[in-house]
Design a protein around this ligand. Structure first.
Ligand code: HEM
Length: 526
C-alpha cells in the first residue's frame, strides 16, 4: 500500500513532465529511469536472494558490467581481495557472464585436472582462437585430436632439436644485439619490453619455425603477426564474427599465413628446400594421426601459427620481466655473470645445451619471475553438467564458466614466505619443496606422461590435459637469451632505483607496462 501511495504521488508530476518534455529529453529520462531501476533491482536481488548451494556472489552495483572493471584492472588484486572476503570459491560477473573462481591448490586441481565430461576448454577458447589459428586445429577440433596434435609437438621437441635451438638462439641473439639501434656504443638506455618482444619472436621463429619463416620476418611476416594478434582482443570473446576492421585484418592475415606455411611445406616435400637443421615443420610433415593420415598442410600451418602465438606472448612477457627485475637488483646480474665464469670458465665459451644445467641460478631467475609474473592470469573452462566444487557443498550449474588462477597460490604467504619479494635464491637447493618428484601422481592424456601437479602451489605452465607443451622450449629460449645478455651487458634501472613497472592486464596475456627502460653498459672484453 505504501508503494502504491508513493507511485501515485510520483505519477502525477511524471505525467506533466512527459506532456511538456521534448523527445530527446524523454529518451534520456527513460534511459536514466531504466538504469536506476535495474541498479536497484540488481542490488536488491543480491541482498535478498541467497542460494546456499551456490558460491557467494561478489557484490557489484551494475548488472552486465558486474565486476568487469575491478577484475580487468588487476585480476590478482581482485582475486586476493575476494579470497579474503569469501574464501577460495566465489562467483563474479564478467560482462554479464557469471564466473566461478576456485583458488589455492584445491581450486587449481578441481579445474585443471577436471574430467573431460565435466569441464571443457574449447567451447570457451575457440571463439577467440579459431579465427586466428584456422580450421581443425587446437580448440577447433575434438579434444582427442588436440591431444594427438600436442603429442606431435611434444615429441618434436627432442633433446637433439633443443640442442640445436640453443645454438640458433645464441647466434640470433648475438646478431640482434650487434645490429639493434638501441645497443650502439658502450652504454645507453633501452625499453626492455619493446626490445625483448622483438628478440623473442626472432629467436622463436628461427628455432622452432625454421629458416624460411625467420627470413620472412623482417618484412611481411611481422605485419601479419600483428594483424593476427589483434584477433586476441578480449572483445572477441563476444564479437569474433563482427566485421570490425581488426577482425577483417585478422581473417586476411590468417589466410595469407596459411598460404605461406603451405608453400613452405610444398617446397620441402618436393625437395626444392633442403633440410639444414631440425624444426617443427619438418617434424610435423613426418607425423601421422592414429588413423594413418598425414597432417594436412592447412593443419600444419594452423599448429605453427598456434605455437607462434602461444609462445610469443608468454615468453616475451617473461623475459621482459626477468630483465626488469634484474635491472632493479643489478647485484644479481653480477652474480649470474660470476656463475657463468665459475661453471664455464673465465673465457666464457659459446653456450651449448649441455651448459644449461650447470647454471642453476639462471634457471631460478626464470622460475622466480614466473612465480610473480605468470603471463596467463586466468584459465577458463565451461561446466558441462552440474558439479560439486571439491571440498565444499557448492554446486555450479552446467553452462557456468570456471576460472582458475595458479598465479594466486604461487603468491600465497602460506607457501612462499614474503611472497611479494622477488628472490631467485628462494629456490636454492634446500628450498625445492615444490619441484616435481618421482612420487607425484602421474598421468598420460595421450601426449606423454606428466605429473598431475595436484598439490603444487606453483603451476605456471598449468596442469592436466591442457598443460603447456612449450615449457622445455620456453626454458631453453629464456635461459639462452639471459646468458647472452648477462655476458654482454651490465644492466640497472635508470638512476639506480629499485622500482619495478606495473603490469598491463589489458589483453589476455599480462605483460609489463611500457616503457620499461633500463641502462645497459657493455662489459669490457678484456
Ligand atoms: C598452454 C603457460 C610458453 C604452447 C599453456 C597453459 C599455460 C601456459 C598456463 C595452460 C592453459 C590452459 O590450461 O587453458 C606458458 C608459459 C610459457 C609458455 C608461462 C612461457 C614462459 C609456451 C610455448 C609454447 C606454448 C613456448 C609453444 C612452443 C602452448 C600450447 C598450449 C599451452 C599449444 C595449449 C595446450 C592445450 O590447451 O591443451 N601454456 N606457456 N607455450 N601452451 Fe604454453
Amino acid at each position: 500500500l505504501a508503494v502504491m501511495g508513493l507511485l501515485s504521488q510520483v505519477a502525477g508530476p511524471l505525467g506533466n513532465f512527459a506532456a511538456n518534455a521534448s523527445l530527446p529529453v524523454l529518451i534520456a529520462a527513460s534511459f536514466t529511469a531504466f538504469v536506476v531501476v535495474s541498479v536497484v533491482l540488481n542490488i536488491l536481488s543480491q541482498l535478498l536472494i541467497k542460494k546456499p548451494n551456490e558460491p557467494p556472489l561478489v557484490f557489484h552495483w551494475f548488472p552486465l558490467v558486474g565486476n568487469t572493471v575491478t577484475y580487468g584492472m588487476d585480476p590478482f588484486k581482485f582475486f586476493f581481495e575476494n579470497q579474503a572476503k569469501y574464501g577460495n570459491v566465489f562467483t563474479f560477473v564478467l560482462l554479464g557472464r557469471k564466473m566461478t573462481v576456485c583458488l589455492d591448490t584445491t581450486g587449481n586441481n578441481f579445474i585443471l585436472n577436471g574430467k573431460i565430461k565435466d569441464v571443457n576448454a574449447e567451447e570457451i577458447y575457440n571463439p577467440l582462437t579459431g579465427p586466428v589459428f584456422g580450421k581443425d586445429v587446437v580448440y577447433d577440433c575434438p579434444n582427442s585430436k588436440l591431444m594427438e596434435q600436442k603429442k606431435f609437438v611434444k615429441f618434436g621437441l627432442t633433446q637433439e632439436a633443443l640442442r640445436s635451438y640453443v645454438d640458433l638462439i645464441t647466434a640470433e641473439t648475438e646478431d640482434f644485439i650487434k645490429g639493434h639501434k638501441a645497443f650502439k656504443g658502450e652504454k645507453g638506455i633501452f625499453d626492455i619490453p619493446e626490445v625483448l618482444s622483438q628478440l623473442t619472436i626472432y629467436t622463436a621463429s628461427r628455432a622452432l619455425q625454421g629458416q624460411e619463416v625467420r627470413n620472412m620476418f623482417n618484412d611481411k611476416f611481422a605485419a601479419l603477426f600483428h594483424d593476427l594478434d589483434m584477433g586476441f582482443s578480449p572483445i572477441n570473446f563476444q564479437l569474433n564474427w563482427f566485421p570490425l576492421p581488426h577482425n577483417r585484418a585478422r581473417d586476411n592475415a590468417r589466410e595469407t599465413m596459411i598460404k605461406l606455411y603451405s608453400d613452405i611445406v610444398r617446397k620441402r616435400r618436393s625437395g626444392e628446400t633442403k633440410k639444414e637443421s631440425p624444426d617443427m615443420i619438418w617434424h610435423l610433415m613426418d607425423c601421422k594421426y592414429k588413423d594413418g593420415t598425414q597432417i594436412p598442410d592447412h593443419e600444419i600451418a594452423g599448429i605453427m601459427i598456434a605455437l607462434l602465438m602461444a609462445g610469443q606472448h608468454s615468453s616475451a612477457s617473461t623475459i621482459s620481466w626477468v630483465l626488469l627485475r634484474l635491472a632493479s637488483r643489478p647485484e644479481l646480474v653480477e652474480e649470474l655473470y660470476a656463475e657463468q665464469q665459475q661453471a664455464l670458465g673465465d673465457h666464457l665459451p659459446t653456450l651449448s645445451h649441455d651448459d644449461l644445467p650447470k647454471l642453476p641460478l639462471h634457471a631460478q631467475v626464470v622460475k622466480e619471475t614466473l612465480r610473480l609474473h605468470a603471463p596467463i592470469h586466468s584459465i577458463m573452462r565451461k561446466v558441462k553438467q552440474p558439479l560439486v566444487v571439491d571440498g565444499t557443498n557448492y554446486v555450479v550449474p552446467a553452462g557456468r564458466t570456471l576460472m582458475s588462477s595458479p598465479g594466486v597460490s604461487a603468491q600465497m604467504g602460506s607457501y612462499f614466505p614474503n611472497p611479494s619479494v622477488w628472490d631467485p635464491h628462494r629456490w636454492d637447493a634446500e628450498n625445492t619443496k615444490f619441484e616435481e618428484t618421482e612420487d607425484d601422481e602421474k598421468i598420460d592424456y595421450g601426449w606423454g606422461v606428466v605429473s598431475k601437479g595436484t598439490n603444487s602451489p606453483y603451476l605456471p605452465f598449468g596442469a592436466g590435459r591442457h598443460r603447456c607443451i612449450g615449457e622445455q622450449f620456453a626454458y631453453v629460449q629464456l635461459q639462452t637469451i639471459l646468458v647472452a645478455f648477462v655476458r654482454e651487458f651490465k644492466i640497472r634501472n635508470v638512476g639506480g632505483s629499485r622500482d619495478i613497472v606495473g603490469t598491463d592486464y589489458a589483453s589476455l596475456f599480462s605483460k609489463p607496462l611500457t616503457p620499461g627502460t633500463a641502462e645497459w653498459e657493455r662489459r669490457s672484453k678484456a
